[in-house]
Design a protein around this ligand. Structure first.
Ligand code: AMP
Length: 150
């Protein structure tokens, strides 16, 4: 008989079961102009989103702060840079990532220092993201189950 996620203990839940799958994650490509990245970030309302290469492998992440920093000149924002620079030129390559078959506690540890962590499959392909929200919701559910048997 298979066990549903509701019935599993925290120790048994995998990152894959908690992640937002790639098709629902707002992202940009390495060769997109910064203009496009800023549109995605503003439109989605997210502070940062993952960056993928042309093989759908994780390449980094990009945030509004990095973009605004890059286009700030001595006399103000140089908006024309948004179409001259590409995402790959300015993205953060040193990002937290985790494989999808890791356990809940591994995911929790990576999220102590980051609001989200990118999830990859065994081949380094982007599978989705794990957010602090997903971890906190899971802890909350466990708390109520233990306290009140809900
Ligand atoms: P949350 O824990 O839901 O506040 O999410 C933390 C961060 O994860 C957000 O600030 C975004 O940078 C990122 N994020 C959450 N959901 C998505 C999504 N669907 N697509 C892209 N990035 C996301």
């Amino acid at each position: 008989m298979s066990t549903t996620r509701q019935e599993k203990t925290l120790a048994e839940i995998t990152v894959e079961e908690l992640m937002i799958p790639s098709e629902k994650v707002a992202h940009v490509q390495t060769n997109n102009p910064l203009e496009h990245a800023l549109l995605v970030l503003t439109g989605s309302g997210y502070f940062a989103v993952p960056v993928l290469d042309n093989e759908n492998k994780l390449a980094g992440s990009i945030s509004k702060t990095v973009i605004l920093d890059q286009i700030l000149g001595i006399e103000g924002y140089e908006v024309e840079k948004l179409s001259h620079l590409q995402v790959a030129d300015v993205m953060d390559k040193d990002i937290a990532q985790i494989e999808k078959d890791k356990l809940f506690i591994d995911g929790l540890k990576t999220l102590i220092d980051a609001p989200f962590v990118c999830v990859t499959d065994g081949d380094g392909k982007f599978a989705g993201i794990l957010t602090r929200r997903a971890i906190l919701k899971t802890v909350q559910r466990e708390y109520y189950q233990n306290q009140f048997g809900l």
